[in-house]
Design a protein around this ligand. Structure first.
Ligand SMILES: *Cc1c(COP(=O)(O)O)cnc(C)c1O
Length: 397
């Protein structure tokens, strides 16, 4: 037998973390890494936040799971907080980002079909989007590498170039149910949509009675310096998928919707065994205690401005390696002149710095939101040493 017990779908690297200490990870062999990946935008409080640990420990000892057939004081409380903090009137809890997007897709279709418009099922999505790995969410992405071997795709998705409002408008037809878009593409390369594009989609949705669905699974929950990224665009969605940071490391997602958008989501139409169980709600509640306030968000913005200024100044030293810095808040991308994987591996293996590769030749910088200037200094030192040693190793790069 040559297949590994862990299904070999991930090309796993040599780092084998066994412990976390605030913004650092400690590997099986004792090596200490600066974690500017945060489990891909998940561990927003770092790795050993006492408030989060205490909340999970207390809830685990009290009540871990009950069925959604019963009343949920824990779920009601967290849903109410999300309703108070956002555009939403109602919330469905899931266990992952893909399930949150899945619920968003169903909610958008049901909005039309509940009213008898059964021909309206199509969502317009965008090139290089990432929405998850279920059949519906891979069908929502135009990326061949995610489709190969899993055909046929689900019908009902059309793809337009990202940030191209005219192309999106041209795809609207009698089957269109709405738009599904990441305001800031994550896997696609930390590309932030322009205000004209995002606000333009809102205007088109209003004009044609379409659902505007934001996938904020990566850019949401304080990462960009506002509680959700859409707040920086001056428009609200009808439906929003959130996950990653919202449990601070505990698996949790949610689909947020306005009352109007959720008109089709009535008794018996959707469900999840674990979604929003008391343990997950304790984690979410602890995360919200820390991040959902103006002082924390202002600190994220200030920290992000300092990190970005340092990065922008630094990349000028290596114009053959770095092109530009983009993104919002602490969701930053450094666009390289080369494919990012070798450089990400070099920083990891030779300088104990964890970052993430993304599309469009981009190195993603996704630190915990609780970093301070000592972490920024450590990051810049490692990045600077890493760039020098990378180019010395292979001057052809
Ligand atoms: C990670 C991600 C998803 C999928 O989340 P999972 O928890 O892996 O299912 C969906 N959309 C975006 C934008 C993401 O970054």
């Amino acid at each position: 037998m040559s297949i590994t017990p862990l299904m070999p779908v991930y090309p796993r690297c040599g780092v084998r973390p066994v412990r976390g200490e605030h913004c650092h990870l400690i590997s099986e062999d004792g090596t200490r890494y600066l974690d500017f990946a945060s489990g891909i935008a998940v561990n927003l409080l770092g790795h050993s936040n006492e408030h989060l640990i205490g909340a999970i420990q207390r809830q685990a000892a009290t009540l871990m799971h009950v069925s959604n057939l019963y009343g949920s004081p824990q779920g009601e409380a967290v849903a109410q907080r999300l309703v108070d903090l956002t555009f939403a009137d109602t919330v469905f809890f899931t266990n992952s980002g893909a399930e949150a997007v899945e619920c968003a897709i169903k909610t958008a279709r049901a909005y039309h079909q509940h009213a008898g418009n059964t021909e309206r099922f199509e969502l317009i999505t965008f090139n290089n989007a990432f929405h998850g790995r279920t059949m519906a969410t891979i069908s929502a992405s135009d990326q061949d590498k995610m489709h190969k071997g899993f055909l046929p795709l689900l019908p009902g998705f059309k793809y337009a170039p990202f940030d191209d409002l005219a192309a999106a408008e041209a795809l609207i037809g009698p089957h269109t149910a709405g738009f599904l878009v990441e305001p800031i593409q994550g896997e696609g390369g930390v590309r932030d949509g322009s205000v004209e594009f995002i606000a333009g989609l809102r205007a088109l949705a209003d004009e044609h009675d379409l659902m505007l669905v934001f996938d904020e699974v990566q850019c949401g929950v304080a990462r960009t310096g506002t509680f959700y990224a859409y707040e920086q665009y001056g428009v609200v969605p009808d439906i929003l998928a959130t996950a990653k940071g919202i449990g601070g490391g505990f698996p949790l997602g949610a689909c947020l919707a306005s009352e109007k958008a959720a008109r089709g989501m009535v008794f018996g139409t959707h469900g999840s065994t674990y979604g929003g169980n008391p343990l997950a709600m304790a984690a979410a509640s602890a995360v919200l205690d820390v991040v959902a306030n103006e002082a924390f968000l202002a600190n994220v913005r200030a920290t992000a401005a300092r990190l970005r200024a340092r990065l922008e100044q630094f990349i000028g030293n290596y114009p053959d390696l770095f092109e530009l810095v983009r993104g919002k808040g602490l969701m930053l991308g450094v666009k390289l002149r080369i494919e990012p994987r070798a450089f990400v591996a070099h920083l990891r293996d030779n300088h104990q710095l964890l970052t993430v590769a993304a599309g469009d030749q981009t190195l993603r910088v996704l630190p915990p939101l609780v970093i301070d200037d000592t972490h920024i200094d450590e990051f810049m030192d490692k990045l600077s040493a890493g760039a020098a040693s990378f180019l010395a190793k292979d001057p052809e790069q």
